[in-house]
Design a protein around this ligand. Structure first.
Ligand SMILES: Cc1ncc(C[n+]2csc(CCOP(=O)(O)OP(=O)(O)O)c2C)c(N)n1
Ligand SMILES: [Mg+2]
Length: 572
């Protein structure tokens, strides 16, 4: 073999190695300093490029692609503004523990001390410091020869099962382009086991089964283990709630489901927790304020057992009596086996559940048939759910519409509902929908969003157009930052106009080649309408003129703001 044949640009070797390690989808926007990586993506079999319209949109799309496919994505951004634009999406992935490899280009160092445009090193924007607090590792490629090994090391850090999240790899342009001998990088396989001791599992089982009013709280980290969690729920025969981020991990139609707790909690979750829970087992949740909200999962003096691989989440909002650092699937399996072996089933929960479920789960019980001429947000959710069918994946953006989606949507499986509540950024659902659609193209995807979010991040719909992803963008158009409007009124006791310009989103969509329809009345959205548009493979924007005064009253967000704004400086 000719010696030169064995030489390839370092960026090509890196991308090839990433594809071999299972990273197949690269989200991002090109630019000069990162161009070697884009060139490599375009020329590497098995690598797929998804061009976003904004780098933070790329990170949100990547996060939902990871959640829906289980595959770690890469987000590729250019030096300088590419790096600064991606920050919000990376922070969100950090807070939600979503693994992703962020590859950032950089200018060449050998510039004789000149100040280079977009310099992202220590004398420029210092990208490692900027993202250091929100990544699991920051790795700067130091030599072309080591680019692949360093890239794989960053990928390992992102995929660390004990603390998954984003990891940063910085690849300066001259190293990415440098012809490099093909080397084999020895990849090691990491075996990971974190099993709780048997007596701990038995103690948890015993506490739950002897409780007067027990509760299982399921968090988003349970999502990959939904099958075993479902078996566990059946075996123990105790009521369960999910956090908002775990909505649907076990179907909300399950006879022991109290639907979700926390933000915009169901009436069942509110009623059950209001009467006091003496023993709660929380699995794979941060128990952050949105996860707890108006549903205190354990009463004063009660016993909270909290299982997670990351001990940092224990004891945050509720006093944890027992924190267990363990792999969730293993813990759930062990607890299930214990329950079966000992024949443990809670004796009185069935009766309590039957009584509770006689009362409605919703603030407005008859929302599905609400015929108010101006469509209410909850009627819009009901129409969308019926029209999209049971297979559809729903994702919500952030705002007042989110509370209606949380409260009134019924999630029937681990993939039927997604929300980015780690950071709560507008635009997260709009971009996230793209990742959901890419991961499972055969499944309908519906994004519930606001007019404000669309004005901020709606151009990501062009990504859906480019890749022929027939996402339904259901814009709850109230010409207002409605969550801010109601929050302001609640906290300050007076009104302010948080109006946004009336926008005709249907015409806006059509002007760009998407499908667009105006919805004015209940019942207008139906299955045939969505099917017709889906057959064209075009994304569809529904401009839904909703009644902006109708809201989920005990949602929790504004109550939390009110509470915080009244605390004194000492945090009491
Ligand atoms: C990036 C970002 N900026 C600001 C906010 C604060 N915020 C929360 S909800 C909201 C209003 C959203 O308006 P819209 O998308 O129309 O939804 P609505 O509340 O009207 O349903 C704002 C400004 C945020 N969450 N994220
Ligand atoms: Mg709005």
């Amino acid at each position: 073999m000719d010696a030169t044949e064995a030489l390839l640009p370092a960026a090509h070797l890196l991308v090839r190695a990433l594809v071999q390690s299972g990273v197949d989808t690269f989200f991002g926007i090109p630019g000069g300093p990162v161009s070697p990586v884009f060139d490599a993506i375009l020329n590497t079999p098995g690598a797929r490029l998804i061009e976003s319209r904004h780098e933070t949109g790329a990170a949100f799309a990547a996060a939902d692609y990871q959640r829906a496919s289980g595959r770690t994505p890469a987000v590729v951004v250019t030096a300088g503004p590419g790096a600064t634009n991606v920050v919000t999406g990376v922070v969100s992935a950090h807070l939600e523990r979503v693994p992703m490899l962020v590859i950032c280009g950089d200018v060449a160092w050998a510039a004789d001390g000149g100040r280079l445009l977009q310099d992202s090193g220590p004398e420029g924007i210092a990208v490692e410091s900027m993202l250091g607090n929100v990544t699991r590792a920051t790795v700067r490629v130091s030599r072309a020869r080591t680019a692949t090994a360093q890239g794989l090391a960053a990928l390992d850090a992102a995929q660390n099962p004990a603390n998954p999240g984003p990891a940063l790899l910085v690849l300066p342009i001259q190293l990415g382009r440098a012809a490099t001998p093909t080397t084999t990088v020895a990849t090691s396989r990491t075996e990971f086991l974190s099993r709780a001791p048997r007596h701990v599992v038995e103690a948890a089982a015993e506490a739950l089964l002897n409780a007067r009013r027990p509760l299982l709280v399921l968090g988003a980290a349970c999502r990959p283990h939904a099958a075993v969690i479902r078996k566990l729920v059946d075996a123990l025969n105790i009521p369960f709630v999910t956090t908002p981020q775990a909505k649907g991990i076990v179907s909300e139609l399950h006879p022991r489901s109290l639907r979700h707790g926390g933000l915009a909690a169901s009436m069942w979750a509110r009623a059950y927790t209001a009467r006091g829970v003496d023993v709660a087992l929380a699995l794979g949740t941060d128990l952050d304020d949105c996860s707890v909200g108006p549903t205190r999962y354990v009463e004063e003096g009660g016993k909270l057992i909290h299982v997670d691989l990351n001990a940092a989440v224990f004891g945050r909002n509720l006093p944890t009596e027992l924190g267990v650092v363990a792999d969730l699937a293993t813990f759930a399996e062990d607890l299930y086996e214990t329950a079966l072996r000992e024949g443990l089933r809670h004796p009185t929960s069935s009766q309590v559940l039957r009584e509770l479920r006689q009362s409605p789960a919703y603030e407005q019980p008859d929302f599905e048939s609400d015929a108010s001429p101006l469509i209410t947000p909850q009627r819009a959710i009901a129409d969308l759910q019926a029209a999209a069918g049971p297979e559809a994946a729903f994702v919500t953006d952030i705002g007042e519409h989110m509370l209606s989606a949380l409260h009134y949507f019924t999630a029937t499986g681990p993939e039927s509902f997604t929300i980015h509540l780690g950071l709560g950024s507008m635009g997260s659902g709009i971009s996230g929908a793209i990742g959901l659609a890419l991961a499972r193209p055969e499944r309908p995807v519906v994004c519930v969003c606001g007019d404000g979010g669309m004005q901020m991040a709606g151009m990501e719909a062009l990504v859906a157009l480019k890749y022929r992803l027939p996402i339904v963008y259901a814009v709850f158009n109230d010409a207002r930052y409605n969550m801010v409007y109601h929050g302001y009124r609640q906290v300050f006791g007076r009104e302010a106009q948080w109006d946004t310009p009336w926008t005709d989103f249907a015409r806006w969509a059509r002007s760009m080649g998407l499908a667009g329809l105006r919805i004015n009345h209940p019942g207008e959205i139906d299955e045939a309408m969505l099917r017709r548009v889906r057959e064209t493979s075009l994304p569809l924007v529904l401009d839904i003129r909703i009644d902006r005064e109708v809201r989920v009253a005990g949602g929790g967000r504004n109550e939390a703001l009110q509470h915080m704004s009244m605390r004194d400086g000492a945090g009491r």
